[in-house]
Design a protein around this ligand. Structure first.
Ligand code: SF4
Length: 84
């Protein structure tokens, strides 16, 4: 049951939705496909980072720059970034 004043993940995503001008985006990386080339981190270091294993991870899920996310998706050589 939901109580008054309680925030949920849906609420947080709604805030992100509003901050991004109406487009709800959450970067998702298919770690099994990632080659660790680092292009996504170079494109948007606020959102992507290579972990200690050399695989890209998402470090910022809300309020992601839409243009940079599109660029990262386009540049990924194995097409393993998507919008969740
Ligand atoms: S651009 Fe794609 S393959 Fe390269 S590190 Fe990022 S997610 Fe991995």
């Amino acid at each position: 049951m939901r109580h008054r004043g309680e925030t949920t993940m849906e609420d947080n995503h709604e805030v992100a939705y509003l901050k991004t001008g109406g487009i709800l985006m959450k970067p998702v990386i298919n770690a099994d496909e990632c080659t660790g080339c680092g292009l996504c981190e170079t494109t948007d270091p606020e959102t992507f980072k290579l972990n200690d294993d050399g695989i890209a991870i998402v470090i910022k899920e809300d309020g992601v720059d839409a243009a940079k996310l599109d660029e990262a998706i386009e540049q990924c050589p194995v097409e393993c970034i998507s919008k969740g």
